[in-house]
Write a protein that binds this ligand. Structure first.
Ligand SMILES: Nc1ncnc2c1ncn2[C@@H]1O[C@H](COP(=O)(O)OP(=O)(O)OP(=O)(O)O)[C@@H](O)[C@H]1O
Ligand SMILES: [Mg+2]
Length: 514
């Protein structure tokens, strides 16, 4: 009998993957031991998702070999991957909203498990409940997917993979869509899975998560293998430098300045959500010229409804919103933009891009009728292309190909397109909701510098983020949002992560945390 414990769970050897003449993976090696949590780190567009799609049989490699538990496998399709014990949770997961958790989990299994047809949802529900309890996932099998949070939906994806017998789990940016609380819970779950002998490949841009969770990390840069390191032996700074190929600046340059007049003045507004429940409950705040106003809060305390109301996408039931003294309450999105209010939207998949359009087209989505880009009915393609070339360069959108369709870009590069479009509109007030979600550290550095530059130039910036370090390092003033109201406003230099955390959880403003 051979000793299985010495066999690697995954060996990807000399993997090359080309799309046309573009090489997304260039001779990459990835070796993952059984029971290990192995992080895969690289900038936006480095080739991480592509490599994992190759492993899961979604893409055929142009060349290279894959071994699973020591055996060479021709990964022709995901069914082969599943039969070899692989499971994958994608960067943008897809569950059927109108189905229950159980229905989603057993969906398609009748086909994959021929001869062992699972149609008994009662039994499946019981099995799934047991599995969920075993790994501490706390999923309700009978809940409707449309009724559960994003974090819970993700656990359903994990459960789905486990239910199909996965021993090797690929998690592609599982934390990008989660709140800090959900991230802590996921960290526990992942560690639990590993201690039960599961092998985990984890993609994340958050270096802290890699330090917290992973045993090893493989770094790739522009499609090429750089190194595999033991996490215990490296710092976050080392990882960042290996990833981008230069030192990364974690500090932003804020010049000392006094804020000017009020640009955005929100007075006592009430906004309802799609279920007709009040989510913003008499909220007031002011953002001044030359300041970054950060809104700190736990997801679901009215942030989305607030931003939608400010940008004209949701009705304001009562109260007023003024832009430079002009009443814009319940004006149309277009009228609001004309006052200089621009927004980097939170839901960048749905609100941000037309996936079938090119990068150049997406970059003028809101300005195509400007004189710069059209004369009446005819588009000025030369101007549009020139504009796109400039922004691609400035925001380092990769690949540098403005005729590429948005759906050919990596997740992070899609975000750069939206950010480039929104912040080059020369706003008076820029609203940035989770502006760095899914971005690599190099891109984050750029976006942070950009937001602070706007502020330094005297523009007003309203920042909404779940990342407290982001809020603390960029903001001049911080407002804590809780249950639809701003419960406290502080100078950023007078507060800290602990105090914010306490207030965000509904702590009493007058009895601050020790
Ligand atoms: N279907 C495709 N057609 C053409 N090019 C593609 C396709 N899929 C990916 N690419 C290109 O391959 C490169 C690697 O993309 P990939 O999605 O693997 O990046 P990533 O490392 O996962 O990045 P991110 O952190 O932004 O998710 C990118 O330059 C991308 O534009
Ligand atoms: Mg990716």
């Amino acid at each position: 009998m051979s000793d299985k414990s010495n066999i690697n769970a995954v060996e990807m050897l000399n993997i090359t993957k080309k799309f046309g003449d573009f090489t997304a993976n260039d001779n990459i090696n990835l070796i993952v031991e059984k029971g290990e949590i192995h992080a895969l780190l690289g900038e936006n567009g480095a080739g991480k998702s592509t490599l994992m799609n190759v492993l899961y049989g979604l893409y055929r490699p142009t060349s290279g070999t894959i071994k699973i538990n020591g055996e060479v496998v021709e990964m022709a399709n995901p069914n082969i991957a599943i039969s070899k014990g692989l499971g994958m949770v994608h960067q943008h997961f897809m569950l059927v909203e109108t189905f229950t958790v159980v229905e989603n989990i057993i969906l398609g299994m009748e086909v994959t498990k021929a001869g062992n047809v699972v149609l008994d949802t009662k039994k499946a529900s019981k099995d799934i409940k047991e599995l969920s309890d075993h790994y501490g996932l706390r999923v309700d099998p009978d809940a409707l997917v449309s009724d559960i949070s994003v974090g819970m939906q993700q656990r359903v994806e994990i459960l789905k993979a486990l239910y199909r017998g996965a021993d090797i789990l690929i998690l592609d940016e599982p934390t990008a869509v989660l709140t800090p609380q959900e991230i802590d819970e996921l960290t526990e779950i992942v560690k639990n899975l590993a201690s039960e002998g599961k092998t985990i490949i984890l993609i994340t841009h958050k270096l802290k998560e890699i330090k917290d969770m992973a045993d090893k990390c493989t770094i790739i840069r522009r499609g090429k293998y750089i190194d595999t390191v033991n996490i215990a032996e490296v710092t976050e700074r080392d990882l960042a430098a290996m990833m981008v190929g230069r030192d990364v600046n974690f500090k932003v340059n804020k010049i000392d300045q006094e804020p000017g007049e009020t640009v955005l003045d929100i007075k006592d507004i009430v906004v309802k959500d799609f279920r007709n429940l009040e989510r913003v409950k008499g909220l007031s705040l002011e953002v001044k010229k030359g300041e970054v106003f950060g809104v700190a809060g736990i997801d679901g305390n009215g942030q989305s409804e607030l931003i939608e109301a400010l940008t004209g996408l949701r009705k304001i039931e009562s109260g007023t919103v003024l832009m430079n003294g002009k009443d814009i309450t319940n004006h149309t999105p277009h009228e609001i933009q004309d006052t200089g209010l621009y927004n980097i939207p939170e839901d960048r998949q749905r609100r941000g891009l037309v996936m079938d359009f090119t990068v150049a087209e997406n970059l003028i989505l809101e300005n195509y009728d400007d004189d710069q880009f059209s004369n009446g009915w005819k588009l000025k393609h030369k101007e549009i292309d020139k504009h796109a070339e400039e922004l691609s360069e400035k925001f380092d959108i990769r690949p540098r190909k403005i005729s590429a369709k948005a759906n050919e870009l990596s997740g992070g590069n899609q975000q750069k397109v939206i950010i480039a479009r929104e912040i080059t509109n020369d706003p008076e007030l820029l609203i940035a909701t989770q502006p760095t979600r899914g971005l690599d550290v190099g891109a984050i550095e750029y976006v942070h510098e950009y937001l602070v530059d706007q502020r330094n130039e005297g523009k007003a910036v309203l920042l909404v983020s779940f990342e407290l370090d982001e809020i603390l390092s960029l903001s001049d003033r911080i407002g804590v949002i809780y249950d639809g109201q701003i419960v406290s406003v502080m100078e950023a230099e007078d507060t800290n992560e602990r105090e914010l955390g306490y207030l965000m959880a509904g702590g009493n403003v007058n009895e601050k945390a020790e």
